[in-house]
Design a protein around this ligand. Structure first.
Ligand code: SF4
Length: 248
């Protein structure tokens, strides 16, 4: 595996060099963000699953504002499955796309009841059987609940992995594969979370803070102030919001 060429690296580095640079990046991020904690508040696997579904096209802070009332009213997948969709919509409205999200939660809860007896399963294959659950959500659950290493590719991880030249892909599952190939397995979960922290604080989509970024000496995009030639311009926020919640 190590001898395989990093076909998707936009920097042209060998896989060995890419792995070395990724290890240095992971070490610096580890120093900058020694504590990694899931930003979505939850008390059990079901709550994390629902909160992650709500986080599509929404900030974690906004999700955390609506979930206390939601989780007080609905405590089990059975209760979510039997809930009046309008009642769920009213509680989650501030997260956006509330109708689609209410339907997604109900579908997920019904399948959880029917196939898994209301217990959130602990494997990627089983989690992907739940409607609305994609690899990103599954990796959040696997890492956050079951301690199974996984690379979570959200909007921050996608953008920053591209800026760092760790992938040339735009498709989250392919970015996930690229990062899994160049990072040690025990780094997968923490690396994702730390990149998300960096994306909120320093390497923002607009106006990344390259001159003060702790990764600037390892980042090929620093000289392009975060807009390297290998990255395609993304659709505007207005344009992207017309598509509905992104795949999880
Ligand atoms: S140097 Fe700039 S583009 Fe690179 S990770 Fe830091 S903020 Fe992002």
């Amino acid at each position: 595996m190590l001898s395989r060429s990093p076909a998707s690296s936009p920097t042209g580095e060998s896989l060995i060099r890419l792995r070395r640079r990724a290890a240095k990046i992971a070490a610096i991020l580890g120093e900058r963000y020694p504590v990694t904690r899931l930003p979505l508040k939850h008390r059990n696997p079901l709550q994390l699953l629902v909160a992650t579904l709500l986080s599509a096209q929404c900030t974690d802070a906004q999700v955390n504002r609506v979930t206390p009332a939601l989780f007080t009213r609905y405590r089990t997948s059975e209760e979510f499955a039997a809930a009046d969709p309008l009642a769920i919509e009213a509680l989650i409205r501030p997260t956006g796309y509330f109708r689609q999200k209410a339907r997604a939660i109900a579908r997920m809860a019904r399948t959880l009841e029917q196939k898994f007896g209301g217990i959130v399963p602990g494997t990627m294959e089983e989690l992907l059987e739940l409607p609305g659950v994609g690899r990103k959500t599954a990796n959040v659950i696997l890492g956050g609940i079951f301690g199974v290493p996984g690379v979570v590719v959200d909007t921050h991880v996608r953008r920053i992995s591209q800026r760092l030249g760790l992938t040339a892909h735009d498709d989250p599952p392919k970015i996930e594969q690229d990062l899994m190939r160049i990072l040690d397995r025990d780094q997968w979960s923490d690396f994702s979370l730390r990149v998300i922290y960096l994306g909120r604080e320093v390497c923002r989509a607009q106006r990344p803070q390259c001159p003060t970024c702790p990764l600037r000496r390892l980042c090929p995009s620093a000289e392009f102030t975060g807009r390297p030639p290998w990255m395609r311009p993304r659709p505007s926020a207005r344009g992207s919001r017309t598509r509905g919640p992104s795949s999880r």
